[in-house]
Design a protein around this ligand. Structure first.
Ligand code: ZN
Ligand code: ZN
Length: 372
């Protein structure tokens, strides 16, 4: 199967010769890590089965968070962990998009602008849900930034999984469900508050003078959709928590200095193909590399780490009421599951020779090359 690493190994050197001096260190690091992932360049380790003694050499993986081959286990662990933290209630998926006029600024000030985009989106949601006209309670918020379209063009937006309800503090504390199953807060008001929050934040950061004025007068795109129990959305978000923009299986061809990849058109739902010269393809991928250390997932509202006790109180309330609802015959098929499925142990650590034992690392030589 064709991999991003194959394309970088073949075209990366030429790309660095042309762009190297102007490349961001994060881009250079990601590129080299993906090129070296699971090759002799990173060395390897020797594993042995604890049942039959079978030995196996394996190259080290790069663990760069932009590598499409790494992090399978972390993704699964993140998904299980986060699933267990979610409240058993319905959810909405809210997408806040950075307007086109701010993309240049986002490119030149990635860390600041992505951070403010995520914060402003969460704050806008918290402000409107606190309004008693809409909810009058604090929802749980989990936000993940994405910077790409399916064709990998630059399109920063933040996707937020938010509870369709929230916890009300005060003299009568308790869980407040959204007023209607298809309504949390009005989208237009959310877009206006989001715009105002981000403008204030950018002004505070001293960046507002870089931006054309008309962007503050146009409508910003905020999209709310019902997300059922939240589980499907979480699975989708998990796919990109430890990688960016592209899965290797979407790569179709790499020949004559050109790369072809497949994507699903957001409007028509049809599969389309995009063919780019190798250097253009590399540039398109690299623009989604995040600044070093940028936190990819942010929790706020009821999911903020400082509100753990309240979150557990909300969970106890919801589990109690779901248990009651489950005893009545009219249960919504989409109702949250109370039992979290346990996922079997990672198959890849099981011995392929005997199928019984587990492979353990027994040696990590300093200088290592695979047996001939
Ligand atoms: Zn074995
Ligand atoms: Zn890797």
């Amino acid at each position: 199967m064709l991999e991003l690493a194959d394309i970088l190994r073949e075209g990366g050197q030429a790309y660095r010769q042309v762009h190297g001096a102007r490349m961001l260190p994060s881009h250079l690091r990601a590129m080299r890590a993906i090129e070296d992932c699971r090759t002799a360049a990173l060395g390897g380790h020797l594993r042995a089965c604890d049942h039959c003694g079978q030995r196996q050499y394996a190259y080290h993986s790069c663990r760069n968070r932009h590598c499409p081959k790494c992090h399978r286990d972390q993704t699964q662990r993140w998904l299980e962990h986060t699933r267990a933290q979610l409240l058993p209630c319905p959810y909405f998926l809210v997408t806040f998009t950075l307007p086109a006029e701010l993309r240049a600024l986002a490119r030149s000030h990635q860390k600041v602008v992505y951070g403010l985009l995520m914060r402003s989106a969460a704050e806008a949601l918290l402000k409107l849900t606190a309004d008693p006209d809409y909810l009058g309670a604090r929802p749980g918020i989990l936000a993940v930034p994405h910077t790409w379209t399916r064709a990998m063009t630059f399109h920063p937006h933040v996707q937020i999984l938010v509870t369709a309800g929230g916890w009300r503090d005060g003299h009568a504390p308790g869980w407040v469900p959204s007023k209607r199953p298809d309504f949390l807060v009005p989208g237009r008001a959310l877009s206006i508050v989001f715009r105002a929050k981000l403008r204030d934040a950018l002004r505070h950061a001293g960046l507002v003078h870089h931006i054309p004025n008309e962007v503050w007068r146009k409508d910003w795109v905020v999209h709310l959709q019902h997300a059922g129990s939240g589980d499907k959305v979480l699975e989708y978000l998990a796919r990109y928590v430890f990688r960016i923009a592209l899965v290797n299986s979407r790569l179709e061809r790499f020949d004559n200095g050109q790369v072809t990849f497949r994507f699903r058109d957001a409007r028509s739902g049809r599969t389309k193909h995009c063919t780019l010269a190798t250097a253009a393809f590399i540039a398109r991928f690299l623009q989604h590399v995040l600044p070093r250390g940028f936190p990819k997932v942010r929790h706020s509202g009821l999911f903020s780490p400082s509100r753990k006790p309240v979150l557990e109180q909300a969970r106890a309330t919801l589990v109690g009421s779901s248990a009651k609802a489950l005893r009545t015959p009219s249960v919504d098929a989409d109702a949250p599951a109370l039992v979290i499925e346990t996922v079997p142990a990672d198959k890849r650590t099981r011995c392929s020779a005997c199928g019984l034992g587990v492979m353990h690392v027994i040696d990590i030589p300093r200088r290592w090359s695979p047996p001939p």
